[in-house]
Design a protein around this ligand. Sequence first.
Ligand code: OOB
Length: 532
Amino acid sequence: MNAWPEADAARYRAEGYWRGETFPRFLARVTAAYGDRTALVDDRVRLTYAELRAQVDVVSRGLRELGIGAGDAVLVQLPNRAEFVVLWFALQEIGAVPVHAQPGHRRTEITHLARMTRAVAHVIPDVHARFDYRDLAAACSAVRHVIVVGAPGTSGFIAWDDLMSARARPVGVSARPDDLALLLLSGGTTGLPKLVPRTHDDYLYNARAAAEVCRLDTDTVYLATLPVAFNFTMNCPGVLGTLGVGGTVVLADTQDPASCFDWIERERVTITAITPLLAPVWADEARHREADLSSLRVLQIGGARLAEDLAREVIDSFDCTVQQVFGMAEGLLCLTRLDDPPDVIATTQGTPVSPADELRVVDEHDVDVPDGEVGELLVKGPYTLRGYYRAPEHNATAFVDGYYRTGDLVRRLPSGHIVVVGRRKDQIQRAGEKFAAPEVEGHLQAHPAIRSVALVPAPDPVLGERSVAFIVPAGSTVPTRRDLAAYLSDRGLAAYKTVDDVRPLSDLPRTPVGKLDKKALARLLDDEPTAP
Ligand code: OOB
């Protein structure tokens, strides 16, 4: 693993960012402090910290009996339910490494992850969201053990319940705080997911720093509605940030606002996190339903660009603080602060959570640009990786002087706030001009006839690239290309930032964590010839 250089590591320790704790010690500490309080709730169980720890203990022994031990990678592909968290800490107990697969991954991704990590086990639900994961696991056959939460079927898979009846003695494994603790998947927009190594020290600091900015405490009730394997949900501050302060984590197996609002009402949820794609439906539901959301203090929105008009709509629709979250599996986390004025919350993605985060905004020659100008964001710091896992070729270009190249185009304001403009690769090069698709999407999103929109380039013999708008209409009428061109020009945009083609859709395709999936849209372009 590419570790931090010793000089940086020493500084992060000396300045108190890295505290030398490991996840097993973390769990022991929070159990001692908050034993009787509720740690986890899902639609089947409620567990106190003491009960969580007891289950972790049993499962870690079960894993041991299977011969799983220190340094072994285990693919964790579970939906939002208590077993995810129990398993995760059980793996930590024995020094094994959870690999955060997503429920939406299929044969190509799982086989790739299993190969890359040489995983010894794959943990799945039996059937979830009408998909039988046992068929998937059988089709992959790259791992020694398949553990099924639910009915294992007949194929020699191991039942979770059998793990829970393990008899093996506890084996003390003492991980070091700078050991690999988990592997996250990069949200990269190209190719198969890359693996992000995170250590105990770094991931614990990430959780603590985020929890502090969000002012979590023992009264916090965090609703996990995005997939828990996602770094946002797990640690920003998410599950681990909440457990670290003695709060309660509610694991909801849905992102549907009506069901989530029921959870919020029932469990008196204080903080939750969604993506911009969910924001319009959540805002709609908040305006039209009589749900009691009075317990909710913070609504985090992140993972992709939140258009300014939509941000304002959400701020107006919810009687709580909205927080923009710009994060990445690789590390860096920027948050708006709870006391930022609404304008700052609507128009920026906040500032880094750590004073030790070092950010640069550079042009195509890696020369720093002045504040206010757009450039690529580079970052290094106490919780940002220094190299992907087993990817020497990629690492050779993904870093410069220890800084991670995010691929994100941003502006840094004189106040230090970061505004994400787009991805380096999310551009449309039309008739010799180049523009960031998210900028125009942000304007189109404000159009009354549009519910959601995504702009992608299509090859064009005359223009080079033509801009195609996939649109989910708000009502029964689909705006035409001419309507949109006029609308954009009314909003004062240059004429080259326009829409050449409109394709209505009933819903936009999403990635496993619920982000807009532009690769899937590009494939739709290949499938359908353009109408004359
Ligand atoms: C989160 O993590 P990933 O690894 O799935 O994706 C990271 C990328 C960023 O590099 C950026 O391109 C985009 O997603 N992104 C945003 C954004 N938040 C993430 N782009 C614009 N505005 C935002 N607010 O997505 C993630 C990890 C932890 C916390 C939150 C999000």
